[in-house]
Design a binder for this molecule. Structure first.
Ligand SMILES: Nc1nc(=O)c2c([nH]1)NC[C@@H]1CN(c3ccc(C(=O)N[C@@H](CCC(=O)O)C(=O)O)cc3)C=[N+]21
Ligand SMILES: [Mg+2]
Length: 290
């Protein structure tokens, strides 16, 4: 019988341990960690994410400060806001929700965030630190995937991990983290020849492409551990339904473990955002170590 990895339960444990550390900081008279979330425009999926994030911040004891800007906000206004958040000692972490509306230069905006407050881990300084094994803020989604994999498999050394997708926010940092854990890592993408044959070699398969139910049982090695990062919204009987990048029903009988959508990677992403905010706050308070 395959294990359905309960991302919600693992996330709950991560958030509980963050909450415990936050309580200790506050008992010591130190400032409660603060997370600023900047949401530009009114993308529907972003609304759900931001709502879940605010609820989780409350559970973690982290103050969340929301900044909502109109879709037609000028680049200069947004950059000025980021400068203010960089300078504010109430703010330990800054997240600018992606995707940004057309007309805003995403690269320029993300590079404006102070690397010390970059809880998404998207700043080139954190990307470089991750790939060279230096202390950094690690992107939340891949970090969440890694925690679930370690919980499921223990030591990952020598496992063949296939990452499907090469985005800057999931695929590439996921590959870096798995390599750091001594996996043999293959990254496949839209131009890869024989994707299915490569996937069939995977002990670990991480799917992060944004194509509904693309990965089928026939692509998998018997007993693989499958992490489904996809969150594809579909309309079924007038209701919003989420499906992953993995055909869950098809794959279930072939895997040893698999994450569901919803209730898998999504909650772990948010839990790791809380963890990063705590790490950033502690570093800003002068704590050494991670
Ligand atoms: N700067 C930035 N950082 C991000 O980390 C980021 C982002 N922008 N933009 C959008 C994506 C997407 N993302 C999600 C996180 C959690 C859920 C989540 O909580 N999902 C729940 C259900 C959500 C639902 O019902 O729609 C689940 O999978 O169980 C979803 C999506 C973070 N992202
Ligand atoms: Mg691709």
């Amino acid at each position: 019988m395959a294990t359905i990895i309960d991302g919600k339960a693992v996330a709950f444990e991560v958030v509980a341990s963050v909450a415990k550390e936050v309580a200790t900081l506050v008992e010591q008279g130190l400032q409660r960690p603060g997370l600023a979330v900047v949401l530009v425009g009114d993308d529907a999926a972003s609304q759900v994410y931001v709502r879940n994030k605010i609820r989780t911040s409350e559970q973690a004891g982290i103050t969340s400060i929301e900044h909502r800007l109109a879709a037609d906000v000028s680049q200069q206004t947004l950059l000025t806001l980021i400068d203010e958040l960089n300078a504010s000692d109430q703010v330990n972490g800054i997240l600018v929700q992606l995707p940004l509306p057309d007309g805003l230069d995403e690269k320029l905006i993300l590079e404006r965030i102070s690397p010390a407050k970059d809880v998404d881990g998207f700043h080139p300084m954190n990307v470089g630190a991750l790939s060279s094994g230096l202390p950094s803020l690690v992107p939340c989604t891949p970090q969440g995937c890694l925690i679930m994999l370690q919980q499921q498999l223990g030591d990952l050394s020598g496992k063949h991990a296939v990452v499907v997708g090469r985005s800057n926010i999931v695929g590439k940092p996921m590959a870096a983290l798995l390599l750091q854990q001594s996996c043999t890592v293959t990254v496949v993408h839209s131009r890869t020849k024989n994707i299915e044959q490569l996937c069939a070699q995977a002990d670990i398969l991480v799917a992060a492409v944004g194509r509904p139910e693309m990965v089928k049982a026939s692509w998998l090695k018997e007993g693989a551990v499958v992490i489904d990062v996809g969150i594809n919204a579909q309309e079924v009987d007038g209701k919003r339904k989420l499906v992953g990048d993995v055909d869950f029903a098809d794959c279930l009988a072939k895997v040893s473990a698999i994450t569901p959508v919803p209730g898998g990677v999504g909650p772990m992403t948010i839990a790791c955002l809380m963890q990063n905010t705590l790490i950033a706050a502690k570093r800003q308070l002068g704590f050494s170590g991670n």
